[in-house]
Design a protein around this ligand. Sequence first.
Ligand code: ADP
Ligand code: MG
Length: 240
Amino acid sequence: MIRLEGVQKWFGKFQVLDAIDLQVAAGERIVVCGPSGSGKSTLIRCINGLESVQKGRVVVDNIDLTAGKRNVDKVRSEVGMVFQQFNLFPHLTILQNCTLAPMRVRGASKEEAEATAMKYLARVRIPEQANKYPSQLSGGQQQRVAIARALCMTPRIMLFDEPTSALDPEMVKEVLDTMIGLAEEGMTMLCVTHEMGFARSVADRVIFMADGRIVEQAPPEQFFTAPQHEKTKQFLGQIL
Ligand code: ADP
Ligand code: MG
């Protein structure tokens, strides 16, 4: 479903991604972790074309992102993304946040888009908030809206960039539970997160990044109990 080959990326003279090779199969659940500044966000932003790469190939669902702008648009409509800062449109209601892209990008009718939105708002357990504005919701609720909004585009892949890092502790679980639900339904997921409990219970594979490289990857059991690389051990020592 996702294939990165020899990806390199620079911001000016600073190399942020180096020799990234990564393959993700349909239905696979990947957790990406690593120190701040190691390139995790940049990596997942490359997968939906929010960032371009200077070298190598990025292929998502057989669409080569490195072969033209039209492909970037195609991939974006198949890949849902959820950010640390929920990024909801503040001047639109929850329902309007969820129907905007399906109507504009997919050409759905208002009725159709609203029915789909209500279905996903029910899935994330906040249908009763549909007519409120983002500022009237808690952080955890806003993040669940962000997930529902992404699902309204019926993505084949979901990318999460530290979706619980900006939340108060008591709201982390409700968002993780929503993500666990998605994983159980077989969604292909790539999650940057330091929620190691989530990684242990949900991930098929944990990827550890440092200095723009994938330093180590392994199934969670192996990753947590027998990390190979010195940098991985150091990192796990700091967060566990
Ligand atoms: P992470 O998500 O692992 O914390 P990022 O991918 O956000 O890391 O960033 C990796 C490095 O690239 C950091 O040193 C960051 O400062 C730098 N960086 C990220 N985005 C930009 C940008 N748009 N311009 C210049 N440098 C950037
Ligand atoms: Mg980041």
